[in-house]
Design a protein around this ligand. Structure first.
Ligand code: HSE
Length: 312
C-alpha cells in the first residue's frame, strides 16, 4: 500500500507571533510512503527537488537513513501505538525552498506523519499528529498551519499539550515572499536569540500580538500596520540577513503595505499588502538586494486555506 500527502509551505511568526503564529502558502511538498513487500529491504528515502541546483546541493546533506526527520516522525507514530516501522520507501517531492524560512521541514514531517497514519488505519487524530509533529520540529507554529491550512495560532503548554485555533485571514491581503538565494538554518537563527529579554520587550510583543489578532479578526488595516512589529526575534536576527533592515525600512511608510516581517527564522522576507503596486515591491526589494549580490525569487501569493491533503 502506498499513500501520498501534499502539504503546503508555511510562514511562521508573522512579526510579534514568535513561535505561535503561522500561515500556509500555496507552494507544496508531497510525501509518499510505501510499505515495501520484500522483508529485509530496510528503509529507502528519495528526494526530488523541483527547485534550482542550489537546493540539490543542500539535498545531498540531508540524511537518507533513520536520522531523516521524516523517518523519525514516522517512527514516533509507530512507537506511539506500540509498533516498529518495517520496510518503508519514502519519496519526497519538494517545491518548497529549503532553509529559507518557508517551513520545508514542517511540510515533510507533517506529510510523513499523515501518510504513515493512513497506512496504519488512522490511529492518531489531528491533535495527536500535531503533538508528534511539534515534538520533531521543536515548535508548533509551522506544523499547525501545515496540517490545518490558513492562519493558525498555536501554543505548546508546559505539560506538552498543544492548543491551537485557526483564525480567518482576510483573503484580500496579499502576501509577497522574497526568497533570497542564501540559506539560513533555523538552528543558527535560534542560536542568536537571548535566553532572557527585557520586560518592556516582552510587554511590547504581548501588546502587538493582541493587536494583530484583533486586526486580522476585524480586517483592520490601520491596526495591522501598528501590530506587525516585533522585539523578540527580528532585532537579533538582523545581523544574519543582510538587507533585512533596509527592506523593512523601505516599506514602513508606504500606504497599502501593512507590514514587512521575517518569514519564520528567515532569510525570506514577507510583505503583507492590500491594493499596493506589486511591481513596486519587486523593484524595491531587488534594488536593495541586488547590489549586495543577492539574487531573489519574489512571489505574490494568497494564504492557502487548505492544509495537508491525502492524494487519491
Ligand atoms: N518560530 C520559529 C523561529 C520558526 O522563529 O525560530 C522557525 O521555523
Amino acid at each position: 500500500m502506498k499513500v501520498s500527502v501534499k502539504v503546503p509551505a508555511t510562514s511562521a511568526n508573522i512579526g510579534p507571533g514568535f513561535d505561535c503564529l503561522g500561515l500556509a502558502l500555496p507552494i507544496y511538498n508531497t510525501v509518499t510512503i510505501e510499505e515495501t513487500v520484500l522483508p529485509g529491504t530496510g528503509i529507502e528515502i528519495n528526494m526530488i527537488s523541483e527547485e534550482e541546483v542550489m537546493d540539490e546541493m543542500i539535498f545531498d546533506d540531508i540524511p537518507k537513513d533513520e536520522n531523516n526527520i521524516v523517518y523519525r516522525a514516522v517512527e514516533m507514530l509507530y512507537n506511539s501505538i506500540g509498533q516498529e516501522p518495517s520496510e518503508l520507501k519514502i519519496n519526497i517531492q519538494s517545491q518548497i525552498p529549503i532553509t529559507r524560512g518557508l517551513g520545508s521541514s514542517a511540510a515533510v514531517i507533517v506529510g510523513g506523519l499523515i501518510a504513515a497514519n493512513k497506512l496504519l488505519g488512522s490511529p492518531a487524530d489531528e491533535t495527536a499528529l500535531l503533538s508528534l509533529a511539534t515534538e520533531v520540529e521543536g515548535h508548533p507554529d509551522n506544523v499547525a498551519p501545515a496540517i490545518l491550512g490558513g492562519f493558525v495560532l498555536s501554543s505548546q503548554e508546559d505539560d506538552g499539550t498543544i492548543t491551537y485555533r485557526k483564525l480567518d485571514w482576510p483573503q484580500e491581503w496579499d502576501i509577497t515572499v522574497c526568497i533570497p538565494d542564501f540559506e539560513l538554518s533555523t538552528n543558527i537563527a535560534r542560536s542568536v536569540l537571548p535566553e532572557n529579554v527585557p520586560l518592556q520587550d516582552a510587554v511590547y510583543n504581548a501588546k502587538h500580538l493582541a493587536m494583530l489578532i484583533e486586526a486580522v479578526n476585524s480586517k483592520d488595516e490601520k491596526l495591522m500596520k501598528i501590530a506587525l512589529h516585533d522585539k523578540l526575534h527580528q532585532p537579533y536576527r538582523e545581523k544574519l540577513v543582510p538587507g533585512m533592515k533596509e527592506i523593512m525600512e523601505a516599506f514602513k511608510h508606504e500606504d497599502g503595505v501593512l507590514g514587512c516581517v521575517l518569514s519564520g527564522a528567515g532569510p525570506t522576507m514577507l510583505i503583507i499588502s492590500h491594493k499596493y503596486d506589486l511591481d513596486k515591491i519587486k523593484s524595491t526589494v531587488r534594488e536593495i538586494w541586488e547590489p549586495q549580490s543577492v539574487k531573489v525569487d519574489i512571489r505574490t501569493l494568497k494564504v492557502e486555506p487548505k492544509g495537508a491533503e491525502i492524494l487519491d
